[in-house]
Ligand binder design. Structure first.
Ligand SMILES: Nc1ncnc2c1ncn2[C@@H]1O[C@H](COP(=O)(O)OP(=O)(O)O)[C@@H](O)[C@H]1O
Ligand SMILES: Cc1ncc(COP(=O)(O)O)c(N)n1
Ligand SMILES: [Mg+2]
Length: 546
């Protein structure tokens, strides 16, 4: 039984002297306030849940605004109430419309929450007008809270204006003196300083000192807009000391709402009782982890994708690929009909033998055959692969892949664009892409590929004028995106271990082999050899880790 905590008397405007008519509370609030003390009298225990009230705009796209605040608070174990200042129509492309909420209705929302549930910390986001700021300040005077975190949202990451002219004056005169933590991004810091340049670390430090003079107890200048820097550093200034919070830049299209999420995470940590510097550190960690876990999220077609705030509760990235398992890239058999003809076997026989030897995925690759023959070969091979439950993809030819309902397709850089292939094949087919460079890998990921084939790692004669990238080039491609990677090009029994040696990029899943499997008298035995060598290579790296 929780010890009955002495409930703070509800400080209600009616007992606090005159309150401007525009925000005089409606009588029933008085009853609700009284009921809280009634509960205390009959001894009901109550768990003291940390509470944040967010006063911000609604982002229809779900990534920023009160949506980001609610999810961030939920992820951090804090109860979040809301007072909506504006509705916005926005998505991953930008802001298409803003509808400010009438300020008297903003006042009603604030009173409803603060006169009943109350708040430990208030966090503000989009405040579209000076009247909105004045209304908030009046209510804060009547319902004081432990801390006020202000994210001075004026320009969204997508570059859209989110606050009307004239709010700077109200912000400076009314809200900043009531602010405990102010969290401007670089464009917002510049706006607060009348357009001064805030684009370097040194200028961030100077801005923190100048903005601190406007009244906030702490200023946190966020460095997410630092261009050309791999260090996403934020600077916290308390009037005497500067504290820097560093993080490596995370390459991701999903950065919408990062600022809102950082500020609401700070508010949540303060509500849980952290000191400001601990709160900022914890919030920075949360945003970094959330960005990392959101990289693979693909929602919307614009460049401003949302974060997966509740990534600790769900693992969408694996859901997104239920049709494809990265470890199926372990031994990737690429058929070659001329080799199979040379050894007197059909492609489907070769497919059966290589799967029985341990191949984990098969690619039917035909550069010469007529479409009709290619389709027949693909259908016969697919039938075999389906019997063993091994995925089978078609090289280059989207039409053949569609015609035989293959499990997917493998595209070269000059083939049908990934987005078109995805639009045609749908979300449940496998799309692999050949990539030689980090840029190609980044693009493959952003456009929705499931895996990357990278090489040629070694010189090969199964593909004409194929630039060799070496193990180093392979690793650069691996590290450029979260996509699983299979190494290809001149892979033989005697160099598999070099390719798979540890420390190995976590994206590298296996090797693709052509002549090492099919220019052999016995395909099944060849596949078994590759599987044995891979097992040693993986075991070695595992044992080395141990
Ligand atoms: N690409 C990135 N990689 C790592 N951290 C980032 C990245 N972009 C922003 N951040 C961090 O996210 C937080 C929000 O910063 P920022 O994006 O500048 O705010 P806003 O969303 O208001 O523009 C800061 O802690 C910043 O350092
Ligand atoms: C309703 C609303 N509030 C805030 C932001 C800023 O979000 P960000 O700058 O992180 O994209 C936004 N885009 N929409
Ligand atoms: Mg941002």
């Amino acid at each position: 039984m929780l010890a009955l905590q002495k409930l703070r008397p509800v400080r209600h405007p009616l007992v606090q002297g005159a309150v401007p008519k525009s925000i005089r509370p409606i009588p029933q609030f008085v009853r609700m306030a009284a009921s809280e003390s009634a509960t205390a009298d009959i001894g009901l225990s109550s768990v003291k849940v940390p509470r944040v009230l967010t006063v911000a705009g609604s982002d229809s796209g779900g990534g920023a605004g009160i949506q980001a605040d609610i999810k961030t608070c939920a992820a951090l174990g804090v109860f979040c109430t809301t007072a909506i200042t504006a509705l916005t129509a926005q998505n991953t492309i930008g802001v298409q419309g803003i509808y400010p909420v009438p300020v008297d209705f903003l006042a009603k929302q604030l009173q409803s929450v603060l006169s009943d549930i109350g708040a430990d910390v208030v966090k503000t986001g989009m405040l579209p007008s000076a009247e909105c700021i004045e209304t908030l300040c009046s209510v804060l005077d009547s319902f004081p809270v432990r801390a006020v975190v202000v994210d001075p949202v004026m320009v969204s990451t997508s570059g859209d204006e989110l606050a009307g002219a004239g709010i700077l004056d109200a912000l400076g005169k009314k809200l900043l003196p009531r602010t405990d933590v102010l969290t401007p991004n670089l464009p917002e810091a510049s706006k607060l300083l009348g357009g001064a340049s805030v684009t370097t670390l040194e200028e961030m430090r100077k801005a923190a000192v100048e903005i601190h003079k406007m009244g906030p107890r702490y200023v946190l200048i966020k460095g997410g807009h630092l261009s050309g820097s791999d260090d996403m550093v934020d600077i916290l200034y308390d009037g005497s000391e500067m504290h820097e919070y560093h993080a490596s830049r995370i390459e991701s299209r999903n950065t919408h709402g990062t600022g809102c999420s950082l500020a609401s995470a700070i508010a949540a940590e303060l509500a849980k009782g952290s000191h400001i510097r601990q709160a900022v550190q914890a919030a920075k960690e949360y945003v970094k982890e959330t960005m990392q876990r959101s990289r693979e999220l693909r929602l919307g077609g614009g460049s401003q994708g949302p974060l997966n705030h509740l990534h600790r509760l769900n693992h969408w990235e694996s859901l997104g690929r239920s049709h494809f398992k990265p470890d199926s890239l372990l031994l990737y058999a690429v058929t070659d009909s001329s080799m199979n003809k040379h050894w007197g076997r059909s492609t489907s026989d070769a497919v059966k033998a290589v799967i029985e030897g341990g191949a984990t995925i098969v690619q039917i690759r035909e550069k010469e055959a007529e479409s009709g023959d290619f389709l027949k070969e693909a259908e016969a091979s697919l039938k075999v692969a389906r019997e063993y439950g091994v995925p089978l993809v078609i090289n280059d030819r989207l039409d053949i892949a569609l015609a035989c309902d293959a499990d997917g397709v493998h595209l070269g850089q000059s083939d049908v664009p990934i987005t078109r292939a995805r639009a045609i094949l749908g979300p449940n087919k496998i799309i692999g892409v050949s990539c030689k460079t980090p840029e190609q890998a980044q693009r493959a990921w952003e456009e929705g590929a499931d895996y990357i084939g990278s090489g040629g790692v070694y010189p090969t004669n199964t593909k004409q004028n194929n630039k060799t990238i070496g193990v180093e080039g392979l690793r650069k491609v691996c590290e450029a995106s979260p996509l699983p990677v299979v190494a290809i090009g001149g892979i033989k029994e005697n160099n598999v271990k070099e390719v798979m040696a540890s420390p190995r990029p976590k994206q590298l899943q296996g090797v693709a082999v052509v002549s090492g499997l099919f220019n052999q008298p016995d395909v099944q035995v060849a596949a078994k050899h590759f599987r044995a060598i891979l097992a040693e290579a993986l075991d070695e790296s595992y044992s080395r880790v141990l």
